[in-house]
Design a protein around this ligand. Structure first.
Ligand code: GDP
Ligand code: MG
Length: 168
């Protein structure tokens, strides 16, 4: 039968760990100084969801988000979205609404998940748990606390999105 392929966009401010998350999920590695491989738009991984083979294509940016310069081509045809902020970066938390609106404007209401990354740095947190939970509730999004570094909850994020997409 036909294989399901899902384009996932991973958005959020610079340095929240988007590239690291994609690399962790697709290659199983974490490096302190990840540099985007020039010319590679996405990495992929195949998983089985409800007995169905699903190919997840995780699209990365080359850092354009820092200049608010992500092009329409990045979002085009996206089926699912990961909104990421960092435990140690309050601005990245405050920017989530803005990222959500951008994605919606380009591709409408697609399966989306909210992720607080760098949970291994909880002692340095600048976001209260209640605040993060309130944001998820207001946006009506499933919320995960994750650490790409410690490989905590990364698989769960993408499994959830694949399931959500298959339910459509
Ligand atoms: P991007 O700009 O959103 O793509 O962020 P990067 O993936 O380039 O990560 C920015 C920095 O955060 C890098 O130094 C990563 O090693 C680091 N980083 C990513 N995820 C984690 C995490 O879960 N914990 C910690 N402590 N550092 C992380
Ligand atoms: Mg990056």
């Amino acid at each position: 039968d036909m294989e399901v392929a899902i384009k996932v966009v991973v958005v959020g401010n610079g340095a929240v760990g988007k590239s690291s998350m994609i690399q962790r999920y697709c290659k199983g590695i974490f490096t302190k100084d990840y540099k985007k491989t020039i010319g590679v738009d996405f990495l992929e991984r195949q998983i089985i969801v409800n007995g169905e083979e699903v190919r997840l294509m995780l699209w990365d940016t080359a850092g354009q988000e820092e200049f608010d310069a992500i092009t329409k081509a990045y979002y085009r045809g996206a089926h699912a979205c990961v909104l990421v902020f960092s435990t140690t970066d309050r601005e990245s938390y405050q920017a989530i609404d803005n990222w959500r609106e951008k994605v919606e404007a380009e591709v409408g209401n697609i399966p989306t998940v909210l992720v607080q990354n760098k949970i291994d740095l909880l002692e340095e947190t600048v976001i209260k748990n209640e605040e993060a939970e309130a944001l998820a509730k207001r946006l009506k999004l499933r919320f995960y606390r994750a650490s790409v570094k410690e490989d905590l909850n990364v698989n769960e994020v993408f499994k959830y999105l694949a399931e959500k997409y298959l339910q459509r």
